[in-house]
Structure formats: C-alpha cells, structure tokens
Design a protein. Structure first.
Length: 391
C-alpha cells in the first residue's frame, strides 16, 4: 500500500474536477485528482459553454484553446408549425463573450486535462477508484484502489467531491439527496447540419421548434455538425440514428442524414440537490451537489462556477493556522452556490414545460406568448438568463 499526504484530494476527473484541480494547483496547492476511468474522454455529452463559465475557465488559460475549436452561437430562433415566432440575440450578454459557445465535452475535457498537466503534471491519477473515506477533525483519509488492484491511501486536509450525480463519496458519507424524477424523455444525436453550406457558414443559430408533437432543439457544433434534442414523450431507449432523424423530419420538415450520425443517446430528467453541500472537510460540487435537467445546458457550467467559488475558500483555509474554524466561509459558499443551482433548475423546468406536446388552445397560447416575449424588450433579460448571467 502506498501513502501520500496532500493539501486537497479531488474525487472525479471529469471537466469539473479537473478544472478545480487546475485552479488549486495554479494557486500553489498540492492536489491529486482521483479518476476511475483509465481511458481518455471520448463522448460528446454536454456542449454548451456560457459566458460566466468562459470567464472562470480563462483563469487557467483554457478559454482560448476551447474557443479555438468551438462554434459561437449568437442567435436563437424559436419556431412552431413551420413559422418563426421570434429570435433571441446574445450579442449583449457579455462584453467579452457575446455568444454561447458549443464544443463536444470530450474536446473541452482534453483542453482542461492539458492545462492541468501543464500546471501540475502528476496531479491526475487515472484508473483509481475510491473505496473508503474517513473524515477527521483536521484531515480526511481517502482509501482507493488503482487499475492493478494496488491500494492507495491519500491523506488530505480537504476533499472535493466532483464525482457526478451518482457520487461515490456522497454514498460513503451517507449524504442524502432531495428532488424528483420527471416523466419527460428525450433522445439526442449529433449529425451533419442539414442546411447546405453549414460547414462554412458563420453564426449559425440555435433553433428551438416548439410544435405540437414536442420540442426539437438543435444547436450548431464545430465542423458543420449539429446537435438535435427531441422530446419523445415515452422511453425511446432503443432509438437509433434513423429513428431520431425521422422524428426531426416529421416535426420540422427538415431532417438530418442518418449516415452522418456520430452519436445517439436517450436520456431522462431529474432534479436533485445534496442535503449537505459541505460535510466537514468534504465539499460537493457539480452534479455531485446538484443535478438539474440538461435542457438549457447549464449543469456543467454550474460545476465550473462551483469550483471557481470554492477554490479561494480552500486556499484561505489552508493558509490559516491549525485549529481555525472555517465553517462560516464554507457555509457562505454553499448558500450562494446552491441558490444559483436552484435558479438554473427552475429555468430548466420552464424550458421543459415549454417543450412538451401541446394542441388546440394550449398550443396557440404558447405560440402567442413566445411571439409577445421575443418581440418585446423582455427578450434582452431572457437572453441574459439563458446565458447564465445570474450565476
């Protein structure tokens, strides 16, 4: 068994955990990231990068490389039954980033891993799974096992749990969650953009079609691709590229070519909040602290903002004399970040409601309401909400 003494152990080497570690290492903190995956990230998953997140990612030099391989979405278009209901411009949401960027998650993760490696080359420990955690008054002992079955003991002043919605750390500490699962079901997939010349067209819009059969969202991706997200109403866990393309075509009149599909994934929706975002010397961030609907694309960004808010608290605590009570600072962090998560969850629920199937008076009322909002000065405030200026 090997033993290491560190300032901070981050559990979870996804985009949130790696970013938190990069911030900590940049501040001179000795940090290790425990990540059970041995392979390199390869899935598309989350794609949206909002202005507040771009601000904090820039602290470790990640924003430039991420944006170099991303699409910049400056306009959203709302449609229903073949007609445009209005547009939403993001040109005012941030002076430096007047857009929402899109990039497949694996590309974003690769940039963040590269930045962490440049700052702290030995910090990431891939293929290592946490098997136990023993919090104490002054330290936390983390037990882990590597890919070869060798045991590892990590002795840390603090632990950051960024290990996702099914957090191992949360389970080991008995931290419960509160929330609910929604009946909504979706299928998403990445295809070549069906619009001719899309690969060379700048400023492709995001399109939200809220027709009677349920929402079809589509977001431009780098290289002339487009992410489609379709409300299915039922479990379409076996849906493939042809089924998804057919649903898009039926509802919007234009469907992507199934042969160009690179990913299809069905998903359900839930909202959950950890009862304790801070448990002694262990802090939960990202999906380990709050899981919200991915409709709106704010979950990963919330995790980055959690990390950016937490790191100064950790650095200050590490620099204070032994025996100092840090509880008040961590409590303030938890209150502020959980408030942002609840706002994002509320917004995601509104997005889901807007995209459910509708008919008759309900459908017409929805279309009229969207026309009214998108044709009024309120659209500026709405764009700021979608761009997470509240966070």
């Amino acid at each position: 068994m090997s033993h290491r003494r560190l300032d901070v152990v981050v559990v979870g080497g996804g985009p949130v955990g790696v970013f938190a570690a990069a911030l900590l290492a940049d501040a001179g903190v000795e940090v290790a990231v425990v990540e059970r995956r041995s392979d390199q990230p390869s899935l598309s998953r989350a794609i949206g990068l909002h202005p507040p997140a771009l601000d904090v990612l820039d602290r470790v030099g990640a924003t430039g490389p991420i944006l170099a391989g991303s699409e910049r979405v400056r306009l959203g278009v709302a449609r229903s039954r073949g007609r445009n209901l209005g547009t939403l411009s993001f040109d005012h949401v941030a002076a430096r980033w007047p857009f929402i960027a899109t990039s497949p998650q694996h590309r974003t993760e690769a940039v963040l891993r590269s930045r962490l490696a440049a700052i702290a080359p030995a910090a990431l420990l891939p293929g290592v799974s946490v098997s136990g955690i023993r919090p104490g008054a002054d330290r936390v002992m983390v037990s882990a096992v590597d890919a070869a079955g060798e045991s590892l003991e990590l002795d840390a002043a603090f632990v950051v749990a960024a290990d996702g919605a099914r957090s191992t750390v949360r389970g080991l500490l008995g931290v419960r969650t509160v929330g609910r699962r929604y009946p909504d079901r979706y299928v998403m997939g990445d295809f070549a953009d069906p619009d001719e010349g899309a690969a060379d067209a700048p400023g492709r819009p995001a399109i939200i079609d809220v027709g009677p059969a349920g929402v079809v969202e589509s977001f431009p991706l780098p290289g002339g691709s487009r992410r489609f997200v379709v409300h299915t109403g039922t479990d379409w866990s076996q849906a493939g590229a042809h089924e998804l393309a057919a649903m898009v075509s039926m509802r919007t009149g234009t469907g992507p070519d199934p042969a160009t599909c690179t990913m299809v994934s069905p998903f359900g929706v839930e909202r959950r909040f950890a009862a304790d975002m801070v448990r002694g010397r262990v802090t939960f961030i990202g999906d380990a602290a709050h899981t919200i609907s991915p409709i709106g694309g704010q979950g990963m960004n919330l995790g980055w903002l959690d990390a950016a808010a937490l790191v100064p608290v950790l650095v200050a605590a590490l620099r204070q004399p032994a025996g100092t009570d840090h509880a008040a600072a961590f409590d303030r962090f938890a209150r502020v970040r959980m408030r942002s998560a609840r706002i994002a969850a509320w917004q995601a629920e509104r997005n889901m409601a807007l995209g459910r199937p509708a008919a008759g008076v309900g459908l017409r009322a929805r279309e009229l309401a969207l026309r009214a909002v998108l044709g009024s000065p309120a659209r500026r405030a709405l764009a700021s909400v979608y761009a997470m200026r509240f966070a």
